[in-house]
Structure formats: C-alpha cells, structure tokens
Design a protein around this ligand. Structure first.
Ligand code: ADP
Length: 182
C-alpha cells in the first residue's frame, strides 16, 4: 500500500467555482483568452474588467497548456487559464491534451506558491468532452501529480451539476480503491 494516500488531498464539491477562497481557481478558457460563456464568463464577470485586460496581454494560449493571471475581485488570488481540447471523437489527441491541461495548471500553481487549487470540469461544457472519461483523466492526472513531492495541500474538483459531480466521485473512488489495494 502506498503511504500516504495522496488522493486524500482531492475533494469533490458542487457549486460555483468563482466563490471559492482558494489560492488559485482554474478557468476553462479558449485559446484567445478573450473570455466567453460557461465557467469562463462566470469567472470574468466575478473578477471584473481588469482580468480581461491582463488576459489580452498574454498573447493567447495553446490547447493543452495554461497561463496564470491575478484574481482581481475574486476571492481566489490567481486564475489559471487552461485551454482544453474541443472533442472531435477522440482521434485528435483530445485525451492527452486534456491531461496536459491539468498537469500544466498544477505546475503553474506550484511555480506561484499556490497551495490550494480548484478545477472546473475542463472541456465538459460546450467543448463536448464525454464527462465520465474526462473525470477519469482529471482525477488520474491530479492524483499522479500529488504523488510527486508537489507542495499542494488541497485540490478541489468542482462538479457543476449532478452528472459531473457523480462522474468525478466515481473516478476518485476507482483511483482510491486501486491505491488501497496496491
Ligand atoms: P469548455 O468550453 O471547456 O467545455 P464550459 O465553461 O462550457 O467549458 O464548461 C466546463 C464545465 O464548467 C462544465 O461542466 C460546466 O457545467 C462547468 N461550469 C459552468 N459554470 C461554472 C461555474 N460557475 N463554476 C464551476 N463550474 C462551472
């Protein structure tokens, strides 16, 4: 058995990510970093117009990567803008690109000494990624990252709506069960 169980630092919650008092919240952004609908719109609305000003100076962001800004009027200190893949059926490296978003976001958090991080279900809205598979990738990547010596205390996975929340819970239970039997 692995000791300690790093999945203890992953928590699944419901609700609105913009309300969370964590060091960094992750945004499901688009590659132009110009704001948009869904969680992106909610984050920009709650952070205020200075967030867009900072985003516009970043020169966009590649799919599978992420960039960090301040949080402005949000309770969170930072926003990590991760660009998830649009789902095209699975043949365009969507799974690798989604995994890379989670990894890169956590790397940026560590680089900026953010110890608590909250993620939305990246790509699971208008980008159309199948939710159950996205949840497995998300939990798998976060658990693997926490297995390194990363100085992260808590990762909140925000399931906005019942389907996403239960998919995340199922994925975490699977990873946990596997760890406990190792
Ligand atoms: P994408 O373009 O990456 O698919 P979306 O914003 O459309 O991004 O959706 C990503 C996920 O964020 C979806 O599961 C959606 O339900 C969820 N979501 C939307 N608004 C919020 C919010 N305020 N807090 C947390 N999650 C949210």
């Amino acid at each position: 058995m692995k000791s300690p169980l790093h999945t203890d630092r992953i928590r699944i919650i419901g609700g609105d990510i913009t309300r969370l008092e964590v060091d960094a919240i992750v945004n499901a952004a688009n590659s132009d970093l110009v704001g948009g609908g869904g969680v992106d719109g909610a984050i920009h609305a709650a952070a205020g117009p200075d967030l867009l000003k900072e985003c516009l100076g970043l020169g966009g962001c590649e799919t599978g990567s992420a960039k960090l800004t301040r949080g402005y009027d949000l309770p969170a200190t930072y926003v990590i803008h991760a660009v998830g893949p649009i789902w095209h059926g699975g043949g365009r490296q969507e799974e690798e690109l989604l995994a890379s978003c989670y990894r890169r976001s956590l790397e940026l958090a560590v680089e900026n000494r953010a110890r608590s991080v909250a993620f939305p279900a990246i790509s699971c809205g208008v980008y159309g990624f199948p939710v159950a598979r996205a949840a497995e990738i998300a939990i798998g990547e976060v658990a693997a990252f926490l297995d390194t010596t990363a100085p992260i205390d808590l990762v909140l996975m925000v399931g906005f709506g019942e389907e996403t929340r239960s998919a995340l819970e199922a994925a975490l239970a699977t990873v946990d069960a596997k760890r406990r039997s190792e």
